[in-house]
Design a binder for this molecule. Structure first.
Ligand SMILES: Nc1ncnc2c1ncn2[C@@H]1O[C@H](COP(=O)(O)OP(=O)(O)OP(=O)(O)O)[C@@H](O)[C@H]1O
Ligand SMILES: [Mg+2]
Length: 433
C-alpha cells in the first residue's frame, strides 16, 4: 500500500478518531463503527506508518546531536537511554552505559556529590533546568572538563526522569587559559613599556631642565665676561704698578685668583648648553683621546699618573663634533688626575665596539665617589673641590655634549675603589649637533 504524507495536525485528528473507535469497541457500541471498517483499517495503517517515520526522524536527530545525551530514571538514577555521541565523548558504547548508575560519568565522588547537591536544590526550588561545569571521566580513565545541562521530566508533579546533556569543553578551557596567559603577558608588557616611558620621560625632563639652565647660563656668561675681564686687567695693573704693603699685595693676589676662577666658570657656563651649528663628521675617536691626553700630558707626568691605553682594533669612524668630544675626554682626564695627584696612580682608557655603538671608558685609581654623591655629580655646580677652584661644571657640560650626540654616560664608583666613567656613542646616524 502506498503511504501517504500526512501532517502532524492530521495525525492528531486521526489519532483522536482511532481513540474514539477503540473506546466505542470497548463499550461494545458496535453500531458506531459499522460501516467504518475498511476506512478504519486503512487509517490505522497510515497512522502507524506516519508514527514510524516521525520516530525515525527523532531518533536520527537524537543521534546527530554532538553532545552526549544521557537519560536516567528517578529516583534511582539508573541510565536508561543514551545517544550515539556518548561513545565519542565518553568512550563507552551506548549499550555499555545502560543499566549503570549516573555517577559513572563523573571524574570522582566530589564531582558527583556537587551535582547531586545542585539537583536537590533545584528540585526543592521547583527549578526545571540545572546547568553546571564538572570534570568527567572517560572509559579509559581520562578526565576532561565539560558542562552538563540537566532537565527533568515530571509526572504528576514528581520528577521521573532526568535528561543530562554533556558537552566536552576541553578546547574552550584551553582557549580561555591561553587567553588568560596572553592577557598576563600583555599586562607585563604594558607595565614594562610604562616603566620605560617613565624613565624616558624623566630623562627628557632632565635634558630639558639642563637646556633651559644652559641657555640661562650662557646669557649670564656672555654678560659677565667683559666686566670680569676688565676687573682682571685692573687688578693686574694695581699688582704690578702700585706700591703696596705686603698684606695688601696678598689681598690683591687673592682677588686675582678668585677673579680667575670666575672667568673659568664663565667659560664653562658658556658651554653648558651649546646649540651650535657645528656639524658632526666621521672622526677617529682614538686620535681625539690622544689629543686630549697631549693637552694634559705635563700635568699627568707631574702627578705621577700613568696612562694605560687599551684600544679596540676595529674602531670605526664615529659621527661626532670632534672639539666637543675632546672637551668631554679632557674633563674626565682632569677629574681623574685631580683625584690621583696626591700620590699618583693609573688612568686606564679602554675603547670597545658594541654593534651599533662604541664605548669609551676611563678608569682611575683615585678616591672614588660615595653612593650618596653618585647621582649628584652631573648636576651643574656640584663640586667637592671648592677650595681648589672647582666650578662643578665639568661633568654637567660633558653630560650635555654626550646627550646632544645621542649618547650616554655611565659611572661606576665606590669609595677607595676608583671610578670608571663610560661614554657610549652611536656609530650611525650623524646629525646636526
Ligand atoms: N674621577 C673622579 N673621581 C672621584 N670623584 C669625581 C671624579 N670625577 C668627578 N668627581 C666628583 O664629581 C664632582 C663634579 O665634577 P665636575 O668635573 O663636574 O666638577 P669639578 O671637577 O668639581 O669642577 P670643575 O670640573 O669645574 O673644575 C667633583 O667635584 C668630584 O667630587
Ligand atoms: Mg672637573
Amino acid at each position: 500500500m502506498k503511504e501517504q504524507e500526512i501532517s502532524y495536525q492530521e495525525l492528531q485528528a486521526e489519532l483522536a478518531e482511532v481513540k474514539a473507535v477503540i473506546t466505542a469497541l470497548r463499550r461494545g457500541e458496535v453500531d458506531a463503527i459499522i460501516g467504518k471498517d475498511n476506512v478504519l483499517v486503512v487509517r490505522l495503517i497510515e497512522v502507524e506508518a506516519a508514527l514510524r517515520r516521525e520516530k525515525d526522524f527523532l531518533q536520527k536527530l537524537y543521534n546527530a546531536i554532538a553532545d552526549a545525551i544521557i537519560t536516567v530514571k528517578l529516583p534511582g538514577r539508573i541510565i536508561e537511554q543514551v545517544n550515539n555521541s556518548v561513545e565519542r565523548i565518553f568512550g563507552y558504547k551506548p549499550e555499555e552505559f545502560l543499566g549503570k548508575g549516573g555517577e559513572i560519568i563523573y571524574a570522582n565522588r566530589e564531582e558527583y556529590l556537587r551535582i547531586s547537591e545542585k539537583i536537590k536544590d533545584a528540585l526543592e526550588q521547583g527549578i526545571d533546568i540545572v546547568y553546571s561545569e564538572h570534570y568527567f571521566r572517560k572509559k579509559n580513565g581520562d578526565i576532561f572538563p565539560g558542562d552538563i545541562t540537566i532537565s527533568f521530566i515530571k509526572e504528576n508533579n514528581r520528577p521521573v526522569r532526568a535528561i543530562g546533556v554533556v558537552r566536552d569543553i576541553t578546547e574552550r578551557k584551553r582557549d580561555e587559559e591561553e587567553l588568560q596567559r596572553y592577557r598576563g603577558q600583555l599586562e607585563e608588557l604594558v607595565e614594562e613599556r610604562t616603566a620605560e616611558l617613565k624613565a624616558a620621560n624623566e630623562q627628557l625632563l632632565h635634558a630639558e631642565k639642563l637646556a633651559i639652565l644652559g641657555g640661562l647660563a650662557a646669557s649670564i656668561a656672555h654678560e659677565f665676561r667683559s666686566p670680569v675681564f676688565g676687573i682682571q686687567m685692573v687688578l693686574q695693573e694695581i699688582k704690578e704698578k702700585a706700591s703696596l704693603k705686603k698684606s695688601e699685595q696678598k689681598l690683591i693676589s687673592l682677588a686675582i685668583n678668585e677673579n680667575h676662577r670666575m672667568s673659568k666658570m664663565l667659560l664653562n657656563l658658556k658651554d653648558l648648553y651649546r646649540p651650535s651649528t657645528d656639524t658632526s663628521a666621521p672622526s677617529d675617536i682614538h686620535q681625539i683621546i690622544e689629543e686630549a691626553l697631549e693637552i694634559y700630558r705635563k700635568k699627568l707626568q707631574i702627578s705621577k699618573v700613568k696612562v694605560v691605553k687599551n684600544f679596540a682594533e676595529n674602531m670605526p669612524k664615529v659621527p661626532i663634533v670632534a672639539d666637543h668630544i675632546k672637551q668631554v675626554f679632557l674633563n674626565f682626564i682632569i677629574n681623574a688626575e685631580e683625584e690621583m695627584s696626591a700620590s699618583g696612580g693609573f688612568l686606564t682608557i679602554q675603547t670597545r665596539v658594541l654593534g651599533e655603538k662604541v664605548q669609551i671608558s676611563l678608569r682611575d685609581t683615585g678616591h672614588g665617589i660615595a653612593k650618596d654623591k653618585l647621582n649628584k655629580i652631573f648636576e651643574p655646580f656640584f663640586t667637592t673641590k671648592l677650595s681648589k677652584g672647582g666650578t662643578g661644571l665639568g661633568l654637567a657640560v660633558s653630560y650635555g655634549i654626550i646627550k646632544n650626540h645621542g649618547g650616554n654616560i655611565l659611572v661606576e664608583s665606590a669609595p677607595n675603589a676608583g671610578s670608571i666613567f663610560t661614554v657610549e656613542l652611536p656609530v650611525t646616524g650623524a646629525k646636526e649637533i
